[in-house]
Design a protein around this ligand. Structure first.
Ligand SMILES: Cc1ncc(COP(=O)(O)O)c(C=O)c1O
Length: 313
């Protein structure tokens, strides 16, 4: 494939991921020349995790239609809900069906350092490849990410020998050139940031930083659940996101959109997302210095704006 491009039957190749997976799965399929339609989304359960029964039936359906499911993308920490697909079970299915398993751990990969949530990554070592973003929960400046392969030999699939840069004799003499393992040629020494952070902060303090954001998310979800004028979707946050909205008896979508926009221009940038066509607001607790009081301050401002907009839209 590296030499001759996509195989003749490329239009039968399919990628499976959950309906909550990140849009970059589709974007990558398009960049690979397979097209976004090669990505088949699998339903999620009530906890926004990929449904295993639906995955199995999708694979069976594809095979009966002569399609070739070749990649399962499991997400460890979906962008909105922080949900974690059942990694161990995905690994079993991928092995049975001889399908490559990729885990998008861009958001959730940092759980590996967590004291309280680490077991949620159980089974991740079985993935054929993993992506991790260090500019998310590892607190590194943008950008800093890694693509990990279970079998290092597969890096050959992206290796290109250029005489001026990484000639064969360099490799034979043990001279390391990371261009052989990268899609980019010229690039920054991003791993230095992570290395120095791990060295100076240490994994224990990292764990405390990360875990404090999970605790804050739980406290905020509990607080919001007690308020009559708020509805919370993530009552028990899986990671550190809280998805909620201000409750208005009319034009609830517009009211929440207006709240987010006005807050953005006046006080704080909070995220908005759409779930089943409904607008929701979202807190992603990344900063370990943020306190419940800071968040309640924002919630109070949301309430004031909500009361204003429900009368005006
Ligand atoms: C689950 C997940 N995967 C992938 C990405 C994309 O990461 P990046 O912004 O580093 O391209 C994100 C970004 O939000 C994400 O949440």
């Amino acid at each position: 494939m590296k030499q001759s491009g996509l195989p003749a039957q490329f239009n039968r190749m399919r990628i499976l991921c959950s309906e909550s997976a990140h849009f970059t799965v589709k974007k990558s399929a398009a960049q690979l020349g397979l097209g976004e339609n090669a990505v088949i989304t699998v339903q999620t359960d009530e906890n926004h995790r990929m449904s295993l029964s639906h995955l199995r039936s999708k694979i069976a359906e594809m095979k009966s239609e002569g399609l070739v499911p070749f990649l399962i993308v499991g997400t460890c920490g979906t962008t909105d809900f922080g949900s974690i697909d059942p990694i161990q079970e995905l690994a079993v299915i991928a092995k049975e069906e001889n399908i490559w398993l990729h885990i998008d751990a861009a958001f959730g990969g940092a759980l590996i350092l967590s004291h309280s949530h680490r077991e949620k990554l159980n089974g991740i070592h079985q993935a054929n490849s993993i992506t991790v973003d260090f500019h998310k929960l590892f607190y590194q400046p943008i950008s800093c990410g890694a693509f990990l392969l279970k079998n290092g030999k597969h890096f050959n699939l992206m290796n290109h020998v250029a005489d001026y840069l990484n000639p064969e004799e360099d490799r034979d003499e043990g001279i390391l050139n990371l261009v052989s393992k990268s899609t980019q040629t010229t690039r920054r020494f991003d791993s230095l940031k992570l290395y120095l952070s791990l060295k100076t902060i240490g994994t224990n303090l990292f764990a405390r930083l990360i875990d404090s954001t999970f605790e804050l998310a739980t406290d905020v979800a509990d607080y919001l659940s007690e308020q009559n004028d708020f509805e919370v979707l993530t009552k028990e946050p899986e990671l550190n996101t809280v998805v909620f909205r201000y409750v208005s008896d009319q034009e609830i979508n517009q009211v929440n959109r207006n709240i987010q926009q006005e807050l953005y221009h006046s006080y704080a940038a909070i995220a908005k997302t759409t779930i089943d066509g409904q607008n929701y607001l979202k807190f992603t607790m990344l900063n370990p210095r943020t306190t419940l009081k800071d968040v309640i301050d924002i919630i109070d401002r949301i309430r004031v704006l909500g009361e204003k907009w429900r009368k005006h839209v």
